[in-house]
Design a binder for this molecule. Structure first.
Ligand code: NDP
Length: 448
């Protein structure tokens, strides 16, 4: 008999925590998970999944318009936000159920309450129950950051955005990253007047410069407003419910809705981690080694709470690697190179590998190839929106070290192309592949 109630106790039932639990259980471990809100975590409940469904919903605005050029007699159409919202929320409920079933089928015990760490091998549930575990895994994700300024609470975050009562007329989005650009597209397609406010002078820092410039240019053409170098000072709520946003040394801006999209902070506060000796970084990120182990040997952490790469598939990989290493006798480490990523903006952006400037800073010789084209569908639709694909090649080895694209279906195309980049294929090997015509992705093998 072991002295522990469980071999593994996971705090956080998001994508990473669920994967780790399921795999550890399949290796024979006795596993429990504590989730204080809803199983599925950020991605399923209030992130990637409902966001992508809104992106699909938003795209109909352009599709219905374009359909007329393709001969469809489309009468004037109205958009009904509550219908989309409720359908999306119902789908989220369905997925939450599936996640619960996954745990159940794998004999993982679920505690639907908060758990904190009360010792290297002990957790305490919100109802006071203390449980012993051989290993504890923290997979509590991250939480939207809201700046500490007067009136900040009048804004909402991505947690609330899926539940809006009605579509606002005017929306200000604070930030210029993933969430800001994705929701800028969504709100714009739903006929809101959208302003993005950024503290710096670039959007999507870290993405290839030419690609993000193209998104900016398309956004401006569509009628989005961008305010750069704006530092928020305060948010004032007025009697009519509207908000007046004040900035340092800039004109105030009026809006009906303010969405904070200024990053996400690791969710490590109040978990009892510091008290048991787990080392945290400056922003509260749990510091782990390559095997996801913290400074306390029996405590591990994966996913956004470690603030390595805040992406669901990375958290899933980390959870899987952790379970294989610790319970499967199969030491596995996550390879963080060439992780593909996408921004589901309108149009979307996707990229893998080095940007041109990263390549120039790290490699001796760099060649770049671009294809700047108007997709066939856009031409007939009379939509003056150009796509841009860019390939970054190591000039010495001919190896493709980066691919970056903006245009319709870019994330779908990039996922397949990322396999070739990850496999280290050369530009010549891309060129040897015969084009699949007529497609947008054929540009990948036609860049000269
Ligand atoms: P991002 O890190 O993408 O962007 C944050 C933005 O907020 C940047 O423009 C940044 O500006 C700005 N910012 C940061 N701190 C402050 C501050 N104190 N005051 C004002 N502005 C600030 O964050 P998001 O919130 O958009 O998304 C969080 C994370 O979630 C992403 O990093 C991503 O990993 C993940 N995510 C992934 C998605 C996907 O895969 N499609 C979709 C949504 C989220 P600056 O450039 O100056 O630093």
């Amino acid at each position: 008999m072991t002295a522990y109630d469980y071999d593994l106790f996971v705090i956080g039932g998001g994508s990473g925590g669920v994967r780790a639990s399921r795999i550890a259980a399949s290796h024979g471990a006795r596993v429990a998970v504590a989730e204080e809100y809803r199983v599925g975590g950020t991605c399923v409940i209030r992130g990637c999944v409902p966001k992508k469904l809104l992106v699909y919903g938003a795209h109909f605005a352009e599709d219905l318009q374009d359909a007329r050029r393709f001969g469809w007699n489309v009468p004037a159409c109205d958009f009904d936000w509550p219908v989309l919202r409720d359908n999306v929320l119902a789908e989220v409920d369905r997925l939450e159920g599936i996640y619960g079933t996954i745990l159940e089928n794998n004999k993982v015990e679920l505690y639907d309450q908060r758990a904190t760490v009360s010792g290297p091998n002990e957790v305490t549930l919100a109802d006071g129950t203390k449980l012993k575990a051989g290993t504890i895994l923290i997979a509590t994700g991250a939480w939207p950051f809201v700046p500490d300024i007067p009136g900040a609470e009048h804004g909402i975050t991505s947690n609330e955005v899926f539940h809006l009562e009605q579509m606002p007329k005017r929306v200000v989005i604070a930030g210029g990253g993933y969430i800001a650009n994705e929701f800028a597209g969504i709100f714009h397609e739903f006929s809101c007047n959208v302003t993005l406010v950024n503290r710096g002078d670039v959007i999507l820092r870290g993405y290839d410069e030419q690609i993000r410039d193209r998104l900016l240019q398309i956004g401006l053409t569509k009628g989005l407003r961008f305010l750069f170098n704006h530092q928020f000072q305060s948010v004032e709520k007025r009697d009519d419910g509207s908000l007046l946003l004040h900035f340092e040394g800039q004109e105030p801006v009026e809006t009906d809705l303010l969405l904070w999209a200024v990053g996400r902070t690791p969710n490590s506060v109040g978990l009892g981690l510091k008290e048991v000796g787990v080392e945290l970084g400056q922003n509260g990120a749990i510091l782990v080694d390559e095997d996801n182990q913290t400074s306390v040997p029996s405590i591990y952490a994966i996913g956004d709470v470690t603030d390595r790469v805040q992406l669901t598939p990375v958290a899933i990989r980390e959870g899987h690697a952790f379970a294989d290493t610790v319970f499967g006798n199969k030491p596995t480490r996550v390879d963080y190179t060439n992780i593909p990523a996408a921004v589901f903006s309108h149009p979307p952006i996707a990229g893998v590998g080095l940007t041109e400037s990263e390549a120039r800073n790290t490699l001796g010789q760099v060649k770049t190839y671009t294809s700047d084209f108007r997709p066939m569908k856009n031409v007939l639709a009379g939509r003056n929106e150009r796509s841009l694909y860019k390939m970054v090649v190591d000039g010495t080895t001919d190896r493709v070290v980066g691919l970056h694209m903006i245009g319709p279906d870019a994330p779908e195309i990039l996922q397949a192309a990322a396999i070739a980049v990850k496999a280290g294929l050369t530009k010549a090997q891309f060129d040897e592949t015969i084009a699949l015509h007529p497609t947008m992705s054929e540009e990948l093998v036609l860049m000269r």
